[in-house]
Design a protein around this ligand. Structure first.
Ligand code: SF4
Length: 229
């Protein structure tokens, strides 16, 4: 996109007008081609567990814990029958380990008893698993099943969507509704991956690297550390 056309997009009224949103989506796709989920996993169940563990924890830390956990308890059935203290000990370093262990085992029981050992694919069914809210459900449905049921809203997606004026909300469910309204459904899965990468590398929480940001010309955030316009 030329400087002239970026300026033209910027000049249009609403920050969520389709032309501006498409310009943002194009830049994100070009900046982060082919990005995928950073949580290591080999199936839907492993991704479900890893995503539950990733709450208030880095993906790198989760990836250090999961290989041993999945070797010891390779299936939902094995996890359902595990001793809770043993799960707690294995995931201790991810934080909030008691609640997470309870949720993982609860989810394992529901997957085993109600879904024949297979992680379900619909939003309603995924939300029946303990510890699984819309974010985790969207990660699993999007990254494993390739089904865009919604948009993953984590801390990065929340912060950057607000900085780019794609939403004014602070509640994840409301932010997701705004994003689902303005982003084409076939971009929901990739959008989250791209924005999460952008949030980790460039648009970081404390001091965003605006001088290195490919979206800078389209961004009017008060948090900017540098601006060309
Ligand atoms: S210009 Fe700065 S605040 Fe805006 S998206 Fe880029 S890094 Fe984030």
């Amino acid at each position: 996109m030329t400087t002239k056309s970026v300026k033209a997009v910027k000049a249009t009224k609403s920050p969520t007008n389709p032309e501006r949103v498409n310009a943002i989506l194009d830049i994100l796709a070009k900046t982060y081609p082919g990005v995928v989920c950073a949580l290591h996993h080999r199936n839907a169940w492993e991704l479900t567990v890893a995503t539950i563990l990733s709450a208030q924890c880095t993906d790198a830390r989760v990836n250090m814990v999961t290989p041993a956990l999945f070797e010891r308890f390779p299936t939902p059935k094995a996890m359902a029958a595990a001793s809770l203290p043993e799960i707690e000990e294995m995931i201790r370093t991810t934080g909030f380990f008691r609640a997470k262990a309870k949720n993982i085992q609860g989810a394992a029981k529901v997957v085993t008893e109600e879904f024949g050992g297979k992680v379900p694919q619909t939003m309603d069914e995924l939300l029946r698993l303990p510890g699984v809210a819309r974010k985790t459900a969207n990660v699993v449905s999007g990254s494993w099943y390739g089904l865009p049921l919604g948009v993953v809203v984590d801390t990065h997606v929340m912060r950057i969507s607000r900085r780019l004026e794609l939403t004014k909300h602070t509640a994840p469910v409301k932010v997701e509704q705004d994003l689902m309204r303005i982003i084409p459904q076939d971009r929901w899965i990739a959008f989250s991956h791209e924005v999460i990468h952008h949030g980790r590398q460039i648009c970081i929480a404390r001091k965003p690297k605006c001088a290195d940001c490919t979206l800078e010309k389209l961004c009017n955030s008060e948090d900017k550390t540098w601006s060309s316009h």
